[in-house]
Design a binder for this molecule. Sequence first.
Ligand code: PMP
Length: 398
Amino acid sequence: MSLFDKFQPIVDIRAELAKLGVMPFGAVTEKLLSATEAIVNGHKVILAGTNNYLGLTFDPQCIAAAKQAVEEQGTGTTGSRMANGTFAEHIKLEQELGAFFDRRHTIVFSTGYAATMGMASTLAGPGDVIVLDADSHASIYDGVRMSGAEVIRFRHSDPADLEKRLRRLGERTANTLIIVEGIYSMLGDQAPLADIAAVKREYGGMLLVDEAHSLGMLGAHGRGVAEAAGVEADVDFVVGTFSKSLGAIGGYCVSNHPELEAIRFGIRSYIFTASPSPSVIASTRVALRLMQERPELRERLWNNAQRLYDGLEQLGFQVSPQVSPVVAVTIKDRNQAIAWWQELLQRGAYVNLVMPPASPTSDSLLRCSVSAAHSPEQIDRIIDAFAALQPAGMAAAD
Ligand code: PMP
């Protein structure tokens, strides 16, 4: 018996993939050609699995702001927000996020993971209860585990099941935290937030929504599913990330509860890690502004999403339940999914291969994410790559 024995299943899968000459996990982007094209694992591809939803990673204004920040403030803050790592720009970004979300209190974190994990682990503690959607992201699960609270899962996007579980809690709902996501990362489905908020209103507790994949996409201002569903007043905490629609790295939590300012100093993933570097803050601030100034980005994103969704559906693939910037194709057979992932790469389309336990079911996924920066022709080329897939056998390894 050794510490390493538990890793044997991973060793076995890696060996199997290596024999096939396939490298889906940690595929290497050797050269970026634009926000939508790159050389990956030796293949020139259209990037269709990046979460670069608004295509802002190569925006000239974002790049210029990042460059200027590096030159004026250096490459890193070299310390945590609570020590030496709070620069005036961190505060400005917090104010700008607060204004964007129309919330009084904001915390900026170093990653989206730190934001979600930090909030979930700190808001609830021993003696409290967390009721979370069963298909929650790993960052939520990790925070929930760290919290020491009693953990109850409800069936994915099922408000009736949530209601049943809150009803059973009786008076304990007073110190219960409910956690859901806006758009779910793997299948792109939206939480039924109007119904979830109605349940919360009836039974009590607090509601935290992770809008990592919905910022800039939904709602009149782009604030996400809560805004689109008209239930922002019922959402106590919104968390999210700068690493998707804002094209950088970092995370945030916004709230109207004044207690957030005190809670900030109890969040371990805020206290014990270095703050985001100046270039990251600078490009994020510009991206947040551009997201609001350029509604056409959002329009292009949704047109591209619809185009890819329709194209893959017409080809007969089992696509996500809802049109969204995440378009996932479900593949029952894991080996088929691996072979097709490789074949797509060879045909010039990079997508995400998702296998259990990362996928929400026992099936595998070829997960695509579209960008406002994709041209309609690029979307058609992604569809063409899927159209050429043959069900038989494994693709030749190259
Ligand atoms: N929450 C959700 C729902 C996510 O999908 C992700 C990233 N995949 C995160 C949080 C973490 O964000 P980041 O990668 O920016 O740390």
